[in-house]
Structures are given as structure tokens and as C-alpha cells.
Write a protein that binds this ligand. Structure first.
Ligand SMILES: [Zn+2]
Length: 265
């Protein structure tokens, strides 16, 4: 069964689409990290070190549902065998089977929040979710030259033609206790989703962070961020102002990671 966490009336379900090696050594992806920081990160989140010492990462989406109401999906994984991510990610993903195991019919998904347009986050977007509006920031759609060249023709234009592409400008409330936050830097229009109930908070991060090394030191730049200073500011701002909170991440070893680490401050 997929892992879940409950915040107020909202059940957050982690859906594992796949696990595979990153396309370069992790030391090249985080050139500023020290040996001591890698040790700390691997202790905090041991699940992403492959047998060869390389970076082996999960690819997840998250489903949000209040009671038996409509489902909001955050991110859409690596996708089927012919997906955009096929050149580097372990396609086909298993999201349809994960949804079934979680008791979610794709037709019940009414909203798909795409945190950004990288290929490992949009794989199942579109046809699998015929009743869903797909939500993207205007700033992301204004930077299409950064992304896969077939993205407009294969995904965005069909969604727009069907009236299922919803363009957001910054922070946007979705349902009670659930809102989209603007978290730019990894990409120009990157967004995350905050679920709140009283003092309890859960942040579906997208690629606001991609490895626990960025929890050890949120200032560390990641080689595949479009705008590292802005990405750092987004990370430091959210981790600084929202913690304590639970992070629901696509790529850390465990789907739910508390911040700060329990027993530390
Ligand atoms: Zn990613």
C-alpha cells in the first residue's frame, strides 16, 4: 500500500512512479558539498545511495484528498514507455498501478498541479486524467525554451484546446487548507503545495529540494537549477518560515521527511 499522511481532513498519499540512477555522479550535481555534508545527508536520508555510491533516486507524485472528495495530484511522474523522460529515467513508470493500490480512479483526479515542466514531473499529465485541470505558473509557460521541445505540441496545446490548462500567477488557494506557493529558482515558475491544519503543515516540495544535502545546507546550489540564487532564496525562505513541517518530496529516499530532523533544532 502506498504510504499516507493525514493533515486535518486531507489525506496525502505518496505514489512511487519509479526508482533509478541519476545521469551523473552526485558530487557533480552538488559541486559545493563537503565530505562531512555527504555523511550527514546519508545519515539523515540513507535511501538514495546506490550500491556503487552513486545517486539512486525515487520519482514520486502525491495525491491529496479530503474525505472521499475529488483528488488533487501534485506532479505526474516519469510517465509511460514513450514519455519525454524516456531518454534518462526508468520508464515505464508505475503510477497507474500505484493509484489503483491507493483506491484512486484517475477519473476522480480533478486537479493536477505540475510543480514545473521537467520531464520527470509531467510524464503522465494529460490523457490519463481526462477530468483534471492542469495548473502551471505563468512564469513557467513563459520559459518554454528551457524545456523539452515537444512539450507544447504533445502536452500543453492539447490541454489548452480542451480548456484544461489553468494558468496561475503566484500563490493560489485550491481547497480549504491547501494552497499553491510560488517557489521559483529550480525553474522560473516552479511551484509547491502547502497543506495546513492549525499548527500542522505539510509541503509537497517538487524540486525545491532534490536531495537531503539541501536540508543539511539549504544554501548549496544544485547544478540543474536555472537560477541558483533564487532557488536558494525560495528554499531558505520556506524552510525558515514554515518549519516545523513535514516535507513530501519526489526524490528523497523516504516520501515524508520531517524538518527540522527530530531531536535537532
Ligand atoms: Zn525532479
Amino acid at each position: 500500500m502506498p504510504l499516507t499522511h493525514r493533515i486535518g481532513s486531507v489525506t496525502v498519499t505518496a505514489l512511487l512512479d519509479g526508482v533509478g540512477p541519476f545521469f551523473q555522479p552526485r558530487e557533480e550535481a552538488f559541486p559545493g558539498a563537503t565530505e562531512a555534508q555527504w555523511r550527514e545527508a546519508d545519515r539523515w536520508d540513507p535511501g538514495t545511495v546506490g550500491p556503487d555510491g552513486g545517486w539512486r533516486l525515487p520519482f514520486r507524485a502525491f495525491a491529496l484528498r479530503a474525505g472521499d472528495g475529488p483528488v488533487t495530484l501534485v506532479d505526474a511522474g516519469i510517465g509511460p514507455a514513450d514519455a519525454f523522460a524516456a531518454t534518462w529515467a526508468p520508464v515505464p513508470g508505475r503510477l497507474p498501478a500505484e493509484l489503483a493500490a491507493a483506491g484512486i480512479d484517475p477519473a476522480e483526479v480533478r486537479t493536477v498541479v505540475l510543480t514545473h515542466l521537467h520531464t520527470d514531473h509531467v510524464g503522465w499529465a494529460g490523457p490519463l486524467f481526462p477530468n483534471a485541470d492542469h495548473l502551471l505558473q505563468r512564469a513557467e509557460l513563459a520559459a518554454l525554451e528551457l524545456f523539452h521541445p515537444e512539450l507544447p505540441a504533445r502536452l500543453l496545446e492539447p490541454l489548452r484546446a480542451a480548456g484544461r490548462l489553468r494558468v496561475l500567477d503566484g500563490e493560489t488557494a485550491l481547497t480549504p487548507g491547501v494552497r499553491v506557493l510560488s517557489t521559483p529558482g529550480h525553474t522560473p515558475g516552479h511551484q509547491s503545495v502547502l497543506v495546513e491544519d492549525g499548527d500542522e503543515r505539510l509541503l509537497v516540495t517538487g524540486d525545491l529540494l532534490v536531495h537531503a544535502i539541501q536540508l543539511v545546507d539549504p544554501a548549496l546550489p544544485y547544478a540543474h537549477e536555472e537560477d541558483p540564487p533564487t532557488a536558494r532564496a525560495s528554499r531558505e525562505s520556506l524552510l525558515g518560515t514554515l518549519s516545523p513541517l513535514l516535507l513530501a518530496t519526489p526524490h528523497l529516499g523516504l516520501p515524508f521527511t520531517p524538518h527540522p530532523e527530530p531531536g535537532r533544532s
